[in-house]
Design a protein around this ligand. Structure first.
Ligand code: GLP
Length: 247
């Protein structure tokens, strides 16, 4: 079997680009060209450093960069692996946390905002509630392991949760506990480019491609429960739908 160093573009010690950046780029390249496949393990940092004749710090920095980009993942006790892109079945009404766990990733959120509010006239139509109806607003950055995947703004009818604090790590878990998990949803997906602010939150670059996913979730009785807007990093998420021919 070829060693990893033989698959990588050689590093150039005389270039003005730091070695760790060169290594990061050639590892990224190897992942893009599938020379390193999803779920492949990287050799230990020590071995990679000696194969490539660079310091361990150089290897560590290159790997750190790719972990941040969401291309590699460190699994405690077992090493560093190439991340499979997250594939999301577009027709299943699952939560972010469930999607990540189903793929062996650990979901995590950084809270941007958690506030009480009321339905605005613009929201009234989508939430099918009158302006002034109490709502809770949850703004989060959603992570898979250490990689930021999406910025998510959710508005939930306050009558569906016991309190603003009821949501811990998962909104759907909290709604389920209250018997108000959505059973049906309308979802819309749109391509977009990240603004400077969004890019910073997602450790991406301004102008990078993203996907805006809007979900309007309904209860069994037909009333709306949530309206969420999620801005996903386009480079880490695939939406997949199974289609059947019209009968
Ligand atoms: C997905 C959906 C959102 C939903 C969220 C709940 O991201 N697009 O509409 O609010 O899942 O996720 P969790 O239960 O992990 O908070």
């Amino acid at each position: 079997m070829n060693s990893l160093s033989q698959k990588l573009r050689p590093l150039d010690g005389s270039s003005s680009q730091p070695l760790y950046q060169q290594l990061q780029r050639s590892l990224r390249d190897a992942i893009d060209r599938r020379l390193l496949a999803p779920d492949d393990a990287l050799p230990p940092e020590r071995d990679l450093a000696s194969e490539l004749s660079v310091s361990r710090i150089t290897v560590r920095k290159a790997i750190d960069g790719l972990v941040t980009e969401g291309l590699l993942v460190r699994r405690q006790g077992s090493g560093t692996f190439v991340c499979a892109r997250v594939e999301k079945n577009f027709s299943k009404l699952t939560s972010f946390s469930e999607d990540m766990r189903a793929r062996g990733r650990t979901p995590r959120s950084v809270w941007l905002r958690r506030a009480e509010g009321t339905v605005t006239p613009e929201e009234a139509l989508s939430l099918r509630s009158s302006p002034g109806t109490p709502v809770y607003r949850f703004h989060r950055i959603r992570f898979a392991d250490d990689a930021p995947m999406a910025i998510e703004y959710s508005t939930v009818l306050a009558s569906c949760l016991p309190s603003l604090e009821a949501v811990e790590s998962s909104l759907y878990e909290a709604l389920e506990k209250s018997g108000n998990r959505p059973v049906r949803a309308l979802q819309r997906l749109r391509a977009m480019l990240f603004s400077a602010e969004q890019a910073e939150l997602l450790r991406a670059n301004e102008g990078d491609a993203g996907l805006l996913v809007e979900r309007l979730g309904f209860l069994k009785d037909g009333n709306a429960v949530e309206f969420s807007q999620s801005w996903y990093r386009g480079d880490t998420y695939d939406f997949v739908a199974e289609l059947s021919a019209p009968t």
